[in-house]
Design a protein around this ligand. Structure first.
Ligand code: NAD
Length: 397
């Protein structure tokens, strides 16, 4: 990716919610001259102060006040799931473009109303950052679209993490309020396989696992997504035993090197603190506090992914793609890594300044949310679920 830093007029961004999600996306907003952070809304004073210190912008206690800021062009909604509906609708009503964190919403009805509100207001609604933006996923998508190795037949995606034992707010452990791995993690896997397979999921069959009574929500699932001509199998466990980053060249999800000799640290930290102070642990990971993620050296990833085409298999890594073809095996490196989530800030600029929105629109996010609900329903009913709100990846590109 190249751009002429002198020729861009940066998109002026206001952030709603200076929590963990903002900590993870912050670097892209700092490094990319195509966007500029100018304001934020956050009830916690410490994070507001840190924002002013770092960016010199304006801060507000409420999202209403942020939306009243005439200088803000796009609101990045990084508040908890349950506020996405309200905050996206407020931003749209104020004429702001929106980037909303995944999942789009908790209920499908809210998701539909959000997409309608943005389209009625004539503003772009983007969903992200999500892992379909990751460069190796984009490289695999290009190979699939160009039919370099024939048609796509099978995708195998799996991920074993300690998601359930990282510090959580109570609602993150309550499925009815958007908790559990399906809404927060499954949505990434869904987003990736939908992008690779063209977007249109026809049917979902799934099983979920809820195995820890102290964390009473889904911690694992297996799901099969049927597309026209291709099937995707997705497995996820957030129970914190095996760590599949071991199979990703030792890079963690966020592209930083990981010491694979350190075992069980999330579970241990939680036990040491006890449930009473779990919120303190969670709060320690928000913006303006010392717990910063390690520096990424590579593209982000979401666990091992193997893509089977008629004439080759592709294996995605943080650095590029392994291609296993009929008569040869090769590695295709990704373009040099610059900073994390640059694909997301590129998408913001492209949508707002060039009127070229990415695949990852509100409608795209709605279709992925529909698959989350289908996984839960299929597991509960022990039956396949057919889908109605799907949108194709090629409709946008
Ligand atoms: N894409 C990613 O890598 C990623 C990573 C983490 C979280 N997320 C998503 O980001 C969202 C937030 O999750 P989190 O882990 O950052 O939560 P968090 O609790 O760390 O942060 C949420 C922030 O929003 C603030 N907030 C709450 N109510 C608010 C309001 N009414 N107005 C303004 N600010 C308000 C909180 O004070 C907090 O600072 C979730 O939807 C989650 O799925 C995405």
């Amino acid at each position: 990716m190249t751009f002429d830093e002198g020729s861009v007029s940066p998109v002026r961004v206001g952030v709603a919610g200076l929590g963990r999600a903002f900590v993870l996306s912050r670097t892209a907003f700092v490094e990319d001259p195509r966007v500029r952070l100018i304001a934020a809304a956050e009830p916690r004073e410490a994070s507001r102060k840190a924002f002013v210190q770092e960016f010199g912008g304006k801060t507000y206690e409420t999202v209403d006040a942020l939306c009243g800021d005439a200088d803000v062009e796009l609101v990045y909604v990084s508040t908890p799931h349950e506020f996405h509906f309200e905050h996206v609708c407020k931003a749209a009503a104020a004429g702001k473009h929106v980037l909303v964190e995944k999942p789009l919403a908790i209920s499908l009805d809210d998701g539909i109303r959000m997409t309608e509100a943005c389209s009625a207001a004539g503003v772009h609604l983007l969903i992200g950052p999500s892992h379909s933006f990751d460069m190796p996923v984009q490289m695999a998508r290009a190979i699939i679209r160009e039919r370099e190795f024939g048609r796509l037949r099978l995708i195998n995606a799996f991920n074993y993490t300690d998601f359930l034992y990282r510090p959580r707010r109570p609602e993150e452990l309550d499925t009815a309020r958007g908790g559990g791995v399906v809404f927060s993690q499954g949505v990434h896997q869904i987003d990736i396989v939908r992008l690779l397979a063209g977007g249109l999921v026809r049917q979902v069959s799934a099983y979920t696992g809820s195995w820890d009574p102290e964390r009473p929500t889904e911690g694992a699932y297996v799901a099969q997504l049927a597309f026209d001509g291709c099937i995707a199998s997705m497995t996820y466990s957030g129970y914190g035993f095996f760590d599949s980053d071991e199979w990703m060249d030792g890079f963690g999800e966020l592209g930083a090197r990981k010491n694979m000799q350190v075992y069980g640290s999330a579970r241990r930290a939680l036990k040491a603190r006890g449930p009473a102070s779990e919120m303190d642990l969670k709060a320690a990971r928000t913006y303006g506090l010392p717990d910063r993620p390690s520096t990424p050296e590579s593209y982000e990833h979401f666990g091992p992914i193997i893509v089977s085409l008629e004439k080759a298999d592709l294996r995605l890594t943080p650095a590029g793609l392994h291609v296993y073809a009929e008569d040869r095996r090769e590695f295709r490196p990704a373009p040099p890594f610059r900073f994390s989530r640059s694909e997301m800030t590129a998408a913001i600029h492209s949508a707002v300044r060039l009127h070229r929105p990415p695949v990852q629109s509100g409608r795209w996010g709605l279709a992925s949310l529909e698959v989350c609900h289908a996984i839960l329903k299929s597991a509960a009913d022990k039956a396949p679920v057919r889908l109605e709100h799907q949108v194709g990846a090629n409709d946008h590109a």
